[in-house]
Design a binder for this molecule. Sequence first.
Ligand code: IMP
Length: 181
Amino acid sequence: MKLKVITSNPGKVAEYQKAFDELGIEMEHYRLPYDEVQTSDLEEVVNKGMDEIVSKGVRDFIVDDTGLFIDALKGFPGVWSAYAQKTIGNQGILKLMEGVEDRGAEFRCCIGCDIDGRRIVVTGVCRGVITDAPKGTDGFGYDPIFSPDGKLTFAEMSVDDKNRISHRGNAVRLLIDALKE
Ligand code: IMP
């Protein structure tokens, strides 16, 4: 069995392959642009994207969407995380959080899988806090300013340590459980 990973990020394909090895499912990188609807709900973005992909005749695929939801900013940047990262970046987020006492935030990763005509949509969450300053050099995106335990940031952890507790790791585990059923 082969699943197409529909993404512009080849790094994700390797990550999924590692997780799906145990099910004997092979991952294939597939580039197919699709619309990301304007909504504050990740699952809606994923479901609408899947509808569009299926309407183009493509089946047996995975898509995902991730967002960082900051409590004190009423969930911003959320579904606009990619745009916020490209524009204001981590420094911009830290500026918005200057003097803010409530540092609570969570990453959410929603994965949609179309397999054998069946649709599975799961969301993995990782709660933590926004740090006062960037820390660490590993990882990507918001990793240097997000700490799951208030001590180390994701950018100070190994990939394996991050995956054990991360939103994406949790989402992949939920998907694999659902596929085993
Ligand atoms: P995407 O949905 O995977 O494209 O992610 C949306 C935005 O969130 C992008 O700017 C990513 O860099 C960022 N992002 C996604 N996953 C993570 C993560 O695990 N750590 C830090 N930033 C992330």
